[in-house]
Ligand binder design. Structure first.
Ligand SMILES: C=CC1=C(C)c2cc3[nH]c(cc4nc(cc5[nH]c(cc1n2)c(C)c5CCC(=O)O)C(CCC(=O)O)=C4C)c(C)c3C=C
Ligand SMILES: [Fe+2]
Ligand SMILES: [Fe+2]
Length: 331
């Protein structure tokens, strides 16, 4: 079967990352990210003076150093992995469907932007777009901001494409199986720790109280993986990382959990961050490096980080299935 125009295109979305591990590039990135009302929902008159007056003066230098500690030859890990995912997804779709489906990359913040990705799909002759945010668990701070960003990117267009968006895939069997398999493989190589920690990116607790299903999605993902691994209750736990700002975030906090486990007799942990489809600052620095220091300093003996699913075969095959199921009737 051949098409003069592709039947649909995929906009693969992730958070984005600074263009370089420098103070200026990190400042530009944080300014765009932290000005998004879906991320920080305070009124602008209240938040912008704090952001511009304090945070953007202090944080960029500190965070640029952290980015330098994880940066790869080819660029930011999040960007490099996202590009590999883009290629792998296009390959998986072509081999399943027998024809090419354009897959563009768009980031919520920084480059390539959501508008860049949507323009690329338009140039490919696409009139139907499936937006696939690489966030397994829905949160207003991530997925809803993708929705806002896509709408904003299409504002200048006279002719907008037909749109669908994946809201989440936190309990899809293929996603659970990919996580389960990556943990099993890790155990085969490194042995099994006394406890498996599922560390999800945190959000303010208030967002949950106001209706964000994110916490429920996280708890469900972890329970399904633990069930698939036949892990007894005592051998796994959920915690939440990357707290930012003053108000309470989802608990228990990952750093406090790691600091307290050795005194409760847990000397070895495996830790995985299922909310991230690609390794990034928050996994490679905060969890793989920082978490290890915290745990060993508190008396822990063995600490292993299980990498994100990244462009692994099973993960990409699952994402291709997800795309095809959402594109039903789009032929
Ligand atoms: C200020 C509030 C923040 C909320 C809410 C938040 C939610 C959230 N974020 C991710 C995924 C990622 N976040 C990343 C970096 C990052 N996140 C925040 C703040 C919030 N995140 C900041 C300020 C930063 C930048 C780094 C820093 O200054 O500490 C990244 C990594 C980007 C990279 O370049 O590697 C990802 C990915 C999720 C999934 C989520 C809610 C579910
Ligand atoms: Fe974040
Ligand atoms: Fe391990």
């Amino acid at each position: 079967m051949s098409h003069s125009h592709p039947p649909f295109g995929v906009l693969l979305v992730n958070l984005g990352t600074p263009a370089a591990p420098t103070k200026d590039a990190v400042r530009a990135f944080l300014k765009q990210f932290l000005s998004d009302p879906r991320v920080v929902d305070l009124p602008a008159w209240q938040w912008q003076p704090i952001l511009q007056g304090i945070i953007l003066n202090i944080r960029p230098a500190k965070v640029a150093k952290l980015y330098q500690s994880i940066w790869w030859q080819e660029g930011s890990p999040l960007m490099v992995i996202s590009q590999r995912q883009q290629l792998a997804l296009a390959n998986q779709l072509a081999s399943r469907l027998g024809f090419a489906i354009p897959v563009a990359l768009g980031m919520s913040y920084g480059q390539p932007s959501l508008a860049d990705g949507l323009d690329e799909l338009q140039r490919a002759g696409v009139d139907k777009v499936l937006v696939l945010p690489l966030y397994p668990q829905y949160s207003c701070s991530t997925v809803a901001s993708v929705f806002d960003g896509v709408a904003a990117a299409l504002k200048p267009r006279r002719n907008i494409p037909e749109l669908r968006m994946v809201k989440d895939y936190h309990d899809r069997p293929g996603y659970i199986a990919a996580l389960t398999e990556s943990i099993r493989k890790h155990w085969q190589q490194h042995g099994k720790a006394e406890k498996l920690l599922f560390s999800f990116h945190g959000v303010p607790e208030r967002y949950i109280n106001e209706g964000d299903p994110y916490k429920q999605h996280c708890l469900t993902t972890a329970a399904l993986v633990a069930q698939a691994l036949a892990l007894p209750e005592a051998e796994w736990q959920v915690c939440f990382q990357s707290r930012f700002g003053k108000e309470p975030w989802l608990t228990p906090y990952t750093d406090e959990t790691l600091a307290s486990l050795p005194s409760k007799g847990v000397k070895s942990v495996d830790i995985i961050s299922p909310a991230f489809a690609a390794d990034c600052l928050e996994t490679l620095e905060e969890i793989a490096q920082g978490g290890k220091e915290t745990f060993l300093h508190a008396g822990g003996e063995q600490y292993h980080f299980v990498p994100c699913l990244n462009d692994g075969e099973q993960h990409m095959a699952f994402l291709a299935d997800l795309v095809i199921s959402h594109a039903e009737n789009w032929r």
